[in-house]
Design a protein around this ligand. Sequence first.
Ligand code: COA
Ligand code: ZN
Length: 313
Amino acid sequence: MKQRIFFNEVATRDGFQNEPAFVPTDTKVALVDALGECGYAKIEVTSFTSPKAIPMLKDADEVMGRIRRVPGVEYTVLVPNLRGAERALEARADELNLVMSTSETHNLANLRMPMAHSFAALSEVIRLVAGRTPVNVSLSCCFGCPMEGDVPQKNVLDWVARFADQGVRGVTICDTTGMAHPAQVSHMVEALQARFAQLQLTLHFHNTRGMGLANVLAAVQGGITRLDGSLGGLGGCPYAPGASGNITSEDAIHMLDAMGYDTGIDLPRLLAVARQMAGIVGHDVPGQVAKAGRIGDLHPAPASVQQLRSQFA
Ligand code: COA
Ligand code: ZN
């Protein structure tokens, strides 16, 4: 049987948060609705952050209120603090995706507080929603921080353990600034699976240094079945210097499909949505399969080939 891989689409959160021009609420709702029909396990719709920190997603409450929920798809939201959690519950999010960094400097830049304060705030959120809504924790900079450098794997595992002890359902290991390489990913996923078999483990890669799909492969071949991706390859953390796009969902899905994995995604349908992304954000996007077509999409041969065929017949 084919190995199932579960995709979480983050374009409307990780993707849009970094865009310079506001994407209208109607467009966001229409995009989430279209993505809901593509076969995703999960869609990270938006974030309940401070509108001053992330103005692009200031319409989070309205977007969550207006999307059409497809049965079987989980609609998750990013939450940085208690205020965000209250908004997420009000919006009937299927999951709260809490966020903190494993680098003190990145946490101060991104969340304006030390890691210990984030941990205390997130612990309060976990207690608040216990038994009501599942919680995932996204840990940023797990493979390195552009300001601090190396983030020891032991520190990452210690943070995962602290949240696992509080009963969270899942943890996402984020390569926020595209510093991971495949050998490091293999090592990390081996350690994670050995210690946290009970957790839903998701890997979140950025393609900042061109290693995104190689890292996806390392993770999947190491037994990981849950991945974040962003349509078109949009994305990036506004507080991570030099950060660029997430791995492109449709490119990763196309690769895994070609290799015989079951992604659950209707790829032609997804590509049709992916081809709208440049128009939505008003600039070219990095995704490649939307431009080149799938491996199996044939192109007409040039007229010269017909002439040569006759000539050599
Ligand atoms: N939703 C809406 N408003 C919020 C909020 C939330 N979750 N959290 C705080 N605010 C508002 C407060 O009401 C306050 O508003 P006011 O200035 O009108 O009184 C203002 O934001 C500042 O609140 P404070 O508690 O002092 O927060 P802060 O300025 O220290 O910021 C965060 C902390 C975490 C709220 C903010 O840094 C943030 O939202 N960061 C988002 C990071 C992010 O998503 N990064 C990318 C993803 S990794
Ligand atoms: Zn990210």
